[in-house]
Design a protein around this ligand. Structure first.
Ligand SMILES: *[C@@H]1O[C@H](CO)[C@@H](O)[C@H](O)[C@H]1NC(C)=O
Ligand SMILES: *[C@@H]1O[C@H](CO)[C@@H](O)[C@H](O)[C@H]1NC(C)=O
Length: 220
């Protein structure tokens, strides 16, 4: 009896840890709304009365390419719960990623999601780096129709190595995957991290760090 109780308590604890991820929905759907006075259930966000749900709550269009005329030459159109309120509690989202010739989606991580990427046009060099201490680079050149997975939390990137535009779509295992772009987080934080500390951390001259900070602070 005691060990049964212990197992039960452990299971209950495990499931409360598991809710750090998008929880399994307890109803068909829960279209998120901002106005709590029209809400019926609460499950992370306020949910719309299911009787009032309409196709538009589950719809968003990314047929227009994103503008890649920027320093990295790519544009990510995220389709998360902010774009499709019907994604609320469902643990999934998507993104369209456009690349100019030689453009890139620079090294970044999604703190809350694994990503699966499908290349629709062009040629991408993609990769991720395993955690410490090995920091193994796992990378591959992808062509149209190829699919690649970036495990949750790991630093990853996509570089367009072709002379043409490239287009990819990604599925992500969270309604709100989050993005941490490494260079923006480290050199573009607000307020800035002490440049002397960064110089030591990255084995760089402090002048180089200040130059990087000026660049990444500018484009915020
Ligand atoms: C991405 O494209 C959209 C739509 O063209 C544009 O509004 C946005 O500024 C672009 N983002 C970047 C980072 O260039
Ligand atoms: C990490 O590297 C060590 C030393 O080379 C090796 O023994 C270990 O198997 C590696 N681990 C992984 C997960 O690759």
């Amino acid at each position: 009896m005691k060990s049964f109780l212990l197992a039960f308590v452990l299971l209950a604890l495990a499931s409360s840890f598991a809710s750090a991820f998008d929880p399994s929905p307890l109803q068909d759907f829960c279209v998120a709304i901002d106005e709590p006075k029209n809400a019926v259930f609460v499950n992370g966000k306020f949910c719309k009365d299911p009787k009032l749900a309409k196709a538009g709550d589950f719809y968003f269009s990314v047929k227009m390419p994103g503008d890649t005329n920027n320093p990295v030459g790519s544009n990510v159109s995220a389709v998360n719960v902010d774009k499709i309120p019907g994604l609320n509690t469902l643990g999934i989202s998507a993104a369209r990623i456009d690349f100019a010739p030689y453009g890139q989606n620079p090294p970044h991580t999604h703190p809350r999601a694994t990503e699966i990427l499908v290349v629709l046009e062009g040629t991408l060099l993609v990769g991720f780096v395993t955690s410490n201490p090995n920091n193994t680079l796992i990378s591959k050149v992808l062509n149209k129709g190829d699919v690649f997975v970036f495990p949750i939390g790991l630093v990853h990137f996509q570089f367009n190595i072709g002379k043409t535009n490239a287009l990819a779509f990604a599925g992500l295992s969270s309604q709100n995957p989050g993005v941490i772009t490494i260079a923006d987080a480290v050199f573009g934080s607000n307020p800035p991290i002490n440049p002397d500390f960064l110089a030591k951390a990255f084995m760089l001259d402090v002048k180089v760090v200040k130059d990087l900070q000026a660049k990444f602070q500018m484009d915020d």
